[in-house]
Design a protein around this ligand. Structure first.
Ligand code: DX5
Ligand code: ZN
Length: 220
């Protein structure tokens, strides 16, 4: 199968202690740090942007998996590239016109392009981006409505993961929202290999144990 990437969502961390929270998660076995960038417009919540990524980058070499819940992702490519972002995942709902340009610009800034879709968006909408000559390298299937941590996993999104895995055996498929020990089995067996988890990891007495449960489910 495709290698597991466990990505704690820093949205559930103490933002006032972001560097130490990041170090703690890496020590606990995280592969990536998932960074939720929200503009208060594409979603009804406002979080962080390039200045915070730039600050965090000074404290860690970790892969910063940036998830852009913003209306104008193109505006964020240059600042995030400069800030040291690793992955740049934009939403297909706002990129119907310019995804080719977006992918090209993301790569030219040394970042890895990904595309995300909301629970109500049909999976077929991302096919052209994966099949393109200049493709995205990851698809993020949202398993909750984007905007907030701590929501309930939506089981009916798993059909999209299964369809995607069948069609693209080597693709990185990320799931985000409501993932934890009680939902990981269904997501992993559907074919997800990149697992974002916020409240289940940060809310645990032993986050390292949750991270290892997530990893073992993907790798078994
Ligand atoms: C939601 C974000 C998620 C969120 C996940 O819009 O994209 O990354 O932090 O949090 P949990 O794991 O608590 O659902
Ligand atoms: Zn996210």
């Amino acid at each position: 199968g495709v290698a597991a990437k466990i990505a704690p969502s820093m949205l559930s961390s103490d933002f006032a202690n972001l560097a130490s929270e990041a170090h703690r998660m890496l020590q606990f076995g995280a592969d990536w740090l998932h960074m939720d960038i929200m503009d208060g417009h594409f979603v009804p919540n406002l979080t962080i942007g390039a200045p915070v990524i730039e600050s965090l980058r000074k404290h860690t070499k970790a892969y910063l998996d940036c998830h852009l819940m913003v209306t104008n992702p193109l505006d964020y490519v240059e600042p995030l590239g400069k800030a040291g972002a690793s992955g740049f995942t934009f939403h297909v709902e706002v990129s119907k016109e310019n995804w080719q340009e977006l992918i090209q610009r993301i790569k030219s800034k040394g970042m890895r392009p990904g595309v995300a879709l909301k629970p109500g968006t049909p999976i077929e909408e991302v096919f052209p981006l994966v099949e393109s000559e200049n493709p995205v390298e990851m698809v993020l299937v949202m398993t909750v409505e984007p905007g907030f941590g701590g929501q309930k996993f939506m089981l009916d999104t798993m059909d999209k993961v299964r369809t995607l895995r069948k069609k693209f055996p080597a693709l990185d498929i990320e799931v985000d929202g409501g993932l934890g020990p009680s939902t990981i089995e269904v997501a992993a067996s559907a074919g997800a290999n990149c697992i974002v988890a916020g409240s289940s990891v940060f809310g645990a007495a032993e986050p390292a144990q949750v991270i290892s449960i997530l990893r073992n489910s993907v790798e078994e």
